[in-house]
Design a protein. Structure first.
Length: 146
C-alpha cells in the first residue's frame, strides 16, 4: 500500500492587507509665535518753538500830581490839562488823601503833562499852568480867588 501522504490541502489563504487608516498628521510644533507687534503710528511733535524775543515793553511811567490846599468843606478839587489822559474841556476829580491833600495819578505815556486845578470843576486856580515831566511827581499849593 502505498503510503499516503498527508495531504492536507492548505487552504489558500488570501492575504488580506488591512487598509491602513490614513495616518493622523500631528501638527508639527510650530515655533512659538510672538504676538505680532502692533504698529503704532508715531506722532510727530512739532519742534518746540522758542518765542521770539519781543522788544522790551516800554516802562510805564507813573506820574503823580499832588495839590496841598484847603478847598473848603463839601468842595472837590479837579484837574484839567493836556496829555496824561487830561483834557482842557472836562476836569477829572482828584482823590482826597487828607484834609489838605489831593492826588491825581496817571500812567499815560507822554513826555510832559501840562495842567491846572479847579474847585468843583468851575473855579480855576490863579497863575500859570503847571508842567510836570512824565514819570515825575509834582507837588503844588494852588491859590484861588473867591
Amino acid at each position: 500500500m502505498p503510503i499516503k501522504k498527508n495531504s492536507t490541502k492548505k487552504a489558500a489563504s488570501k492575504k488580506v492587507t488591512a487598509k491602513k487608516a490614513p495616518a493622523k498628521k500631528t501638527p508639527a510644533k510650530k515655533a512659538a509665535k510672538k504676538p505680532a507687534a502692533k504698529k503704532v503710528a508715531v506722532k510727530k511733535t512739532a519742534a518746540k518753538k522758542t518765542p521770539a524775543k519781543k522788544a522790551p515793553a516800554k516802562k510805564i511811567k507813573l506820574t503823580r500830581i499832588i495839590a496841598r490846599v484847603d478847598v473848603g468843606f463839601g468842595n472837590q478839587l479837579y484837574i484839567r490839562g493836556e496829555n496824561g489822559g487830561l483834557s482842557w474841556e472836562r476836569g477829572i476829580q482828584m482823590e482826597n488823601v487828607s484834609a489838605y491833600e489831593w492826588r491825581f495819578t496817571t500812567h499815560y505815556p507822554a513826555k510832559s503833562i501840562e495842567f491846572k486845578f479847579l474847585i468843583n470843576d468851575e473855579l480855576w486856580s490863579e497863575g500859570e499852568n503847571v508842567i510836570v515831566i512824565a514819570g515825575e511827581e509834582s507837588i503844588s499849593s494852588p491859590t484861588f480867588s473867591w
